[in-house]
Design a protein around this ligand. Structure first.
Ligand code: SR1
Ligand code: MG
Length: 423
């Protein structure tokens, strides 16, 4: 980049501004006068361009100094691009091939030039369209286990982990978004909240008066802010995953922070349950999406079982950090102690994960940042029952998480809710 002063790119200025970049030219073609540029950003925060040259294409993602969804009245620091870059490099090392390749990072311009994933589509969009992707449960379960285990004190050298913790501790403003938008705003009349009204008004009032729920939401916020266990993606939902039938890639880790292992897993699984409840709003005839519904619940089970199995595998093969040392367990001829500790750790992840999932469901229906699964159901009378069922599941998960023992139990609850006749 020619200038150190941040300037937002545009479709018109991008070829001139980046035309001198040797790495980009080598990737897509040296003659920038032949580049075509499209702005395709549909997220809440950033500019995203596809730049196509004579030899190929690349993505240029640039942070803006404010929240795009809201506008300049909500400033947001450009340094989120720095955290995204560093999170991507760590995820690439911890689960190779699962994140886009980075070509260029320009900190002053808050931009990352990266691999253009094609013919990939956003997973959320594919699920809305009723596409059953065969690999995602396994790929995402592996990604979660590998990145979360390998970013923690179970695996990392403690000096390296503490240095990384200090680096990501500065991602304050993005954590602040989650702390407010996810854990608090849904449970009171926050200014930017919205919901399907008047259809959801009664259940919204009920949830906001629910003492047990509010206490659980704050306990989970406490975990989010205090349990700096591993480097989390921080915004791992189905809009942060790109897919084909053969490949799964995870994008957009600008919310990366050191938090609970359970956080990413809970956020991700919540989005599959929301997809499940949204299917009734997308099917062309009652029951037409039954196959999709079964696929979504199966995918959740595959994802969790894969996560659990891979986490256990890494526990047995890569537990080189300061926690639960083999020198205390296996090396003393007591492998069962390591098994006992593993069972306790996984059980804790399970209970926390359920809580985070419940809260994520609530915030996508009651807060500022909704998701397309429900938003694309145009008729509010059709959307509201889908959202109501999801809200009920969210409450059940958050409040009863200490007493829920298996995904089979949750499957029964989900399928019962789906059949419930709502007043
Ligand atoms: C103001 S940002 C709203 C949401 O968009 C991001 O994708 C995160 O999910 C955040 O909570
Ligand atoms: Mg994002």
């Amino acid at each position: 980049m020619e200038s150190q002063v941040f300037t937002a790119l545009s479709v018109e200025t991008l070829p001139d501004r980046l035309g001198g970049n040797a790495v980009l030219k080598a990737k897509i073609g040296a003659d920038s006068s032949h580049w075509s540029v499209r702005e395709v950003g549909d997220g809440n925060l950033n500019l995203v361009f596809i730049v196509t040259g004579d030899q190929g294409a690349a993505i240029v993602k640039q942070a803006l100094p404010y929240v795009r969804l809201v506008g300049e009245s909500w400033p947001l620091p450009l340094k989120r691009s720095f955290f995204e870059y560093h999170a991507l490099t760590r995820q690439a090392a911890r689960d190779p091939g699962m994140v886009p390749e980075i070509y260029v990072f320009d900190e002053a311009q808050a931009l990352i030039v990266m691999e253009y994933l094609t013919p990939h589509v956003i997973l959320r969009r594919a699920l809305i369209d009723g596409r059953a992707l065969p690999r995602i449960g396994r790929d995402l379960g592996l990604f979660a286990a590998r990145t979360l285990f390998r970013g923690s004190d179970l695996s990392m050298a403690t000096r390296e982990k503490k240095a990384d913790l200090a680096l990501f501790a500065d991602n304050v403003e993005l954590c602040d978004i989650t702390e407010n938008l996810v854990f608090s705003d849904p449970y009171f009349e926050a200014a930017l909240n919205r919901h399907t009204t008047p259809q959801l008004d009664p259940i919204v009032a009920e949830l906001r008066a629910d003492r047990d729920l509010k206490v659980e939401a704050q306990r989970l916020k406490h975990l989010f802010s205090a349990k700096a266990e591993t480097l989390c993606h921080g915004d791992l939902h189905t809009g942060s995953v790109m897919v084909t039938d053969d490949e799964t890639r995870v994008i957009d880790p600008e919310f990366a922070f050191y938090g609970p292992i359970s956080f990413d897993v809970g956020m991700l699984i919540a989005n599959f349950w929301m997809s499940y409840f949204s299917q009734a709003g997308h099917e062309t005839a009652p029951g037409a999406r039954d196959g999709m519904r079964a696929y979504l619940l199966d995918t959740i089970e595959t994802l969790w079982e894969t996560f659990r199995a891979e986490f256990a595998h890494l526990w047995h093969t890569e537990r080189k950090g300061i926690l639960y040392q083999a020198s205390l367990f296996e090396d003393r001829g007591d492998p069962l102690a390591a098994e006992q500790a593993l069972a306790i750790v996984v059980d804790e992840i399970w209970r926390e994960m359920l809580g985070f999932a419940g809260i994520e469901i609530h915030r996508r229906i009651l807060g500022l940042a909704h998701n397309a699964d429900f938003e694309t159901i145009a008729d509010p009378d059709r959307r509201a029952p889908c959202e109501t069922r999801a809200l009920k599941l969210g409450r059940h998960l958050a409040v009863n998480r200490q007493r829920i023992h298996s995904l089979r139990d949750i499957r029964e609850t989900v399928e019962r809710l789906e059949k419930e006749i709502l007043a």
